[in-house]
Design a protein. Structure first.
Length: 386
């Protein structure tokens, strides 16, 4: 794969950015699309009677179509949200059959806390020894009381990839819906929601080389249509009177207020960008880097690696006698950025028996030089800590 590193101004100066799972750097095409939308082309959407607004509305709705196409959905099945977090909150609050939800031990807090807050009974599926969601256990746990199964498609800590067709089959056998938290997967794997068989898919633009402040909830049209609105305001209504208000069809019903116009257009540009490169190429590229880094770290007797061998773009580890935060600080002095901490997955840290891990995560622009710099930094850290 052509690395196209020069298309990412955020990487100028040879920075070894290994924190793409937190947020990805932006290509110039996305920056340019946002700049034009915020400047030359700027106007509101859906309401204006003048040409600029009509053009902006077309661009905004075209972005919805691009985002939908990236995951194999239809434009009217994409609800724009502030991000994956808001997408999961929307579903947890609005799904009409609240009951028991089956989550897993490796979920990000944003796929745990919304269910707790919205009053669901939460059950937790354990993991296999190598850190994948244990679907045999899920099969044994699921009952007719479960109305939702909500799993990460790719773990943000371990990189483990869910066997989605099997998870969908298990959920549907008991009459439950399957939500995938696709925050990491959408940027790392080809996703086709129809082929996967899931019912809802939540993801954020900023992990997908797009802007912050926007993401999406994809849902099958008939399911979104059956859901009541969750926030009220402009743009989500059909007719308002003090006696009775009726609502717009989905997805507008879930998009109260002036939307994130510029960000949506940037999201569309990001979908175009990764779509043109191809997520299968991105996946293969990152898989090669994961294999190389895991192999190098296994040569050291002072490193513990977590997660399965076949992980998607993400490698978590700890070094004996070195807190991940200290490692992160020393690596920063070497121009290497990793993430150190609990990664918004405290239940997973409890399961692993560590307070934190160091995490290196790749993007389409990462290469062997990033791995070499990381390994040099690890070696220097060893010399400092003895
Ligand atoms: N789920 C996973 C697996 C994530 O990695 C993240 C971001 N770290 C989120 C959900 C939340 O995404 P956002 O903060 O963009 O809403």
């Amino acid at each position: 794969m052509n690395l196209r590193r020069e298309e990412f101004p955020g990487l100028a100066g040879g920075w070894h950015y290994l924190d793409s799972a937190a947020t990805a750097q932006k290509p110039q095409s996305v920056i340019d699309a946002c700049t034009a939308a915020l400047g030359r082309d700027y106007a509101t959407v859906h309401r204006g009677v003048y040409a600029r607004s009509a053009e902006m509305t077309l661009a905004f709705e075209a972005a919805r179509g691009k985002v939908a196409a990236l995951i194999g959905g239809r434009a009217d099945e994409i609800v724009f949200t502030r991000g994956a977090t808001e997408a999961i909150n929307l579903l947890a609050y609005s799904w009409p059959r609240k009951g028991r939800v089956l989550l897993s031990q490796l979920e990000h807090h944003s796929n745990i806390v919304p269910w707790q807050l919205a009053g669901w009974q939460v059950d937790v599926c354990p993991l296999t020894a190598d850190g994948r969601i244990d679907l045999d256990a899920a099969e044994a746990m699921l009952t007719r009381e479960h109305t939702m199964v909500a799993f990460a498609h790719v773990s943000n800590v371990l990189g483990s990839v869910l066997d989605v067709p099997r998870a969908a089959d298990l959920a549907h056998r008991v009459g439950a819906m399957l939500l995938l938290d696709g925050c990491q997967a959408a940027a790392r794997l080809p996703v086709d929601v129809a082929a996967l068989g899931c019912d809802f898919y939540a993801f954020s633009a900023h992990k997908l080389y797009g802007p912050t402040g926007i993401g999406a909830l994809w849902g099958r049209a008939e399911l979104l249509d059956a859901m009541p609105p969750w926030q009220g305001g402009g743009a989500m209504i059909d007719r308002v009177t003090f006696a009775k208000t009726t609502y717009a069809p989905s997805p507008q019903r879930f998009e109260a207020g002036t939307p994130a116009i510029v960000e949506a257009i940037g999201f569309g540009a990001a979908a175009d960008y990764v779509g043109a490169i191809g997520l299968d190429s991105i996946h293969a590229h990152e898989a090669g880097l994961v294999a190389a880094l895991r192999h190098a770290l296994r040569q050291r007797n002072d490193v513990t690696l977590f997660g399965p061998e076949q992980s998607a773009g993400i490698v978590s580890f700890v070094m004996d006698g070195v807190h991940p935060h200290d490692l992160g600080t020393i690596l920063d002095e070497e121009g290497v950025a990793i993430r150190a901490g609990h990664h918004c997955a405290q239940p997973l840290m409890d399961h692993l028996g560590v307070p934190a891990t160091a995490r290196a995560s790749f993007g389409l622009y990462s290469d062997e030089s990033d791995i070499a710099a990381l390994l040099r930094g690890i070696e220097r850290t060893r010399r400092i800590f003895g």
